[in-house]
Design a protein around this ligand. Structure first.
Ligand code: SAM
Length: 659
């Protein structure tokens, strides 16, 4: 059962007050109005997310923060008469009705007006009057108004609205000649024909359609007109991308050849084009620019097995076939298989082990794999230390197969013993570095990293139990530190390529993750550590197919990717030409400035839920600040998985090198 009262209070504290809305009357009103009664059926559970939501007629119910910000800017007094243009769901009208004496609200869509009227009546908001019509002409019969709030964006401020302001009245309205450059304006009437104007910042609203707004008929043309010049700007700056195998493809990315770390994203965990592109870019950076590290969002022990194969190192005892854990298709697919084969055959020609390009996993989920690897290493190098390690890791045995349930140990304080044991084991191993590493530095790095991983995973599963930013941050910090450890182990000239989801490699400070949820990520940490020496490259798509699951641990499915949402970055790229392109975002120009305005971006992970596409997969970001470059494939296709032995009942499982 959802606790909506709690969710509402949390929304006001975390999304609104924290972003600077201070007016206690506004905050109280936002704490009082149940947003769930204004959203469409089925969207109730998303009512308190920090996002606009779709309502009928292709319109939106504004993001709660925007409602609060506009309402605060209108400085509404209890004796005020207020006009709202754009009733939409009726939610903002309900908030206004708690602050003002009378609220008049105009909506151009009769159906929306009717539904809003019913919702407001059901909620007991009696001082709101609604009419159907063109709000750009105002409501002359009810004027003057102490405040007017317009919740759709027009090309200019309608004169009628200015005239209907009382002396001292405030008009809050988004204005912009194109959707991409809308500004929120506050106009205060200070004389008969005198107004003071303030710019409250960039916003993005649906179009204000009417005699003194946009004169457009269909939603499609509204969107096309609103965005028309930004796609044109993207088209002008876009560098077309040829086929992956054509040399010109990789050449475009040679501009990143001098960087210390090149981070390559993806907009889903199951799109072939993202894998193929990253493989082509990595091949070029390895061959021509001396990169020797490919570090990916995969489990360390599994990637270590691949590394031993591709760098032609001896196997470490009984090895388990890598990537057996959900979601298997992420690293067991035909694109990865081809890349591993290329790495292996390229490394065969390189005499020195250190010059060969290695494959490393940054993630911490395969705790049992790491425990096995540390024990195998110590069994061979130091059997006495192996016995101690076995004893220490024994503490985690009950949770090894299902570590996500480990958090419950916190309730009984059982975890303290485990925490001390895994930290002590990691410390012991690291203090023996000089003895151990002298024999075989690669195997030592592997064992040390596994020991660090176990200590991090112990903490991760513990804090995961409570949810929130802490577990995300712990995981991303661990991934970043793993990368830093590999770079350090390989020496001052070592250069790395990172493959991970856009949510990990796009600087979190320029997305909702950082702004609202205090989450950090590898991209941000790389920028903080390496500055201009780190390149963050995001990837995106409009539609096609994707390999994914409907729920965690569910079977892999191939689903159709919904066409991107109007107004999103993806939709702007879709409106642009050509269908595959590279876009530099690291220069200062009009395009980069326009793409810094917050807009929605789509994030598909392992799970894809097209039924609740907007609420489940879109979040706000500032694209040109989040990434240094963006790679676009308008239509993309699901990866082809390579099934595990369990799935085919065929043994042995020889992925990735078997026939
Ligand atoms: N305030 C609304 C809420 O709380 O749900 C959100 C409004 S939505 C962002 C903008 C609304 O403005 C849409 O419902 C749209 O139909 C309406 N609209 C656009 N142009 C209009 C006009 N000229 N007159 C009245 N309504 C208009």
């Amino acid at each position: 059962m959802l606790d909506l009262d709690h969710a509402r209070r949390h929304m006001v504290d975390s999304q609104i007050a924290r972003r600077g809305v201070r007016d206690s009357r506004v905050l109280d009103a936002m704490r009082t109005v149940p947003r769930e009664i204004f959203v469409d059926v089925g969207f109730e559970e998303f009512a308190y997310e920090d996002a606009p939501l779709p309502i009928a007629q292709g319109q939106t119910i504004s993001q709660p923060y925007i409602v609060a910000r506009m309402t605060e800017a209108a400085e509404i007094d209890a004796s005020d008469r207020v006009l709202e243009v754009g009733t939409g769901s009726g939610y903002a009208a309900a908030v206004l009705s708690l602050l003002a004496k009378e609220v008049y609200s105009i909506e151009r869509h009769a159906r929306l007006a009717e539904m809003a009227g019913r919702r407001l009546a059901a909620g007991g908001y009696r001082n709101v009057e609604i009419s159907v019509g063109d709000g750009t002409k105002g409501w002359p019969e009810a004027a003057p108004f102490d405040a007017i709030l317009v919740t759709a964006g027009g090309p200019a401020i309608p004169a009628a609205l200015k005239q209907q302001l009382a002396m001292g009245g405030r008009l809050i309205i988004p204005v912009g000649t194109e959707l991409a450059s809308q500004r929120l304006i506050r106009l205060t009437r200070v004389g008969e024909a005198e107004f003071e104007q303030e710019d409250l910042g960039g916003v993005m609203f649906v179009p204000l359609i009417g005699e003194h707004g946009w004169q457009l008929e269909s939603r499609e043309t509204e969107i096309a007109a609103g965005n028309r010049s930004l796609p044109r700007m993207i088209t002008a700056a876009a560098i077309p991308l040829p086929d992956f195998d054509e040399p010109r493809f990789a050449e475009i990315f040679e501009r990143f050849g001098d960087h210390r770390v090149v981070l390559l994203g993806e907009a889903s965990h199951g799109t072939s084009e993202f894998y193929q592109a990253r493989a082509a870019i990595s091949r070029r950076l390895i061959e021509k620019h001396g990169f020797t590290i490919v570090a990916v969002e995969a489990d360390w022990p599994d990637a270590a097995t691949i590394d031993r194969h591709v760098r032609l190192r001896p196997a470490a005892g009984e090895e388990k076939t890598p990537f057996q854990r959900f979601p298997t298709w992420m690293w067991r697919n035909t694109d990865m298989q081809a890349f591993f084969r290329w790495l292996g055959s390229r490394n065969e020609k390189i005499a020195r082990l250190d010059d060969r390009a290695g494959f490393y996993g940054l993630d911490l989920y395969n705790m049992s794999g790491s425990i096995g690897a540390v024990l195998r290493y110590l069994d061979e190098t130091d059997p006495a230390a192996a016995a101690v390690a076995r004893e220490r890791y024994g503490c985690l045995t009950p949770w090894q197969s299902e570590p996500s349930t480990y958090g419950r140990a916190v309730l009984t304080e059982q975890y303290r013993k485990c925490e001390e044991a895994v930290v002590a084991q990691c410390r012991d191993l690291l203090t023996r570095q000089l003895d151990y590493a002298a024999q075989d530095p690669d195997s030592f790095l592997d064992a040390a990293q596994n020991a660090r991983l176990i200590a991090a995973a112990e903490r991760y599963y513990r804090v995961m139990y409570y949810g929130g930013a802490e577990s995300w941050n712990l995981r991303d910090r661990h991934m970043f530190e793993t990368l830093a450890n590999i770079l350090e182990a390989k020496g001052p000239d070592a250069k790395a390529i990172v493959w991970a989801h856009n949510s990990h490699i796009g600087d979190a400070r320029w997305t909702e993750m950082g702004e609202v949820r205090d989450e950090i990520n590898i991209g941000q940490l790389c920028r903080e550590r390496f500055g201009q020496d780190a390149a963050l490259i995001g990837f995106g798509t409009h539609s096609g197919t994707v390999a994914c699951a409907s729920h965690w641990d569910g079977p892999m499915e191939v689903k159709r990717v919904q066409p991107s949402q109007p107004g999103s970055y993806e939709n702007l790229c879709h409106e642009a030409e050509p269908r595959r392109f590279f876009l530099a975002l690291d220069q200062d120009g009009e395009l980069q400035r326009s793409l810094a305005e917050p807009r929605f971006e789509r994030f598909i992970g392992v799970i894809y839920r097209p039924e609740t596409e907007f609420s489940s997969h879109y979040a706000e970001a500032s694209l040109s600040r989040q990434f240094d470059a963006y790679v676009w494939f308008d239509e993309t296709h699901a990866v082809t998985p390579v099934p595990t032995a369990k799935e085919t009942a065929r043994v042995p499982d020889t992925y990735p090198f078997g026939l």
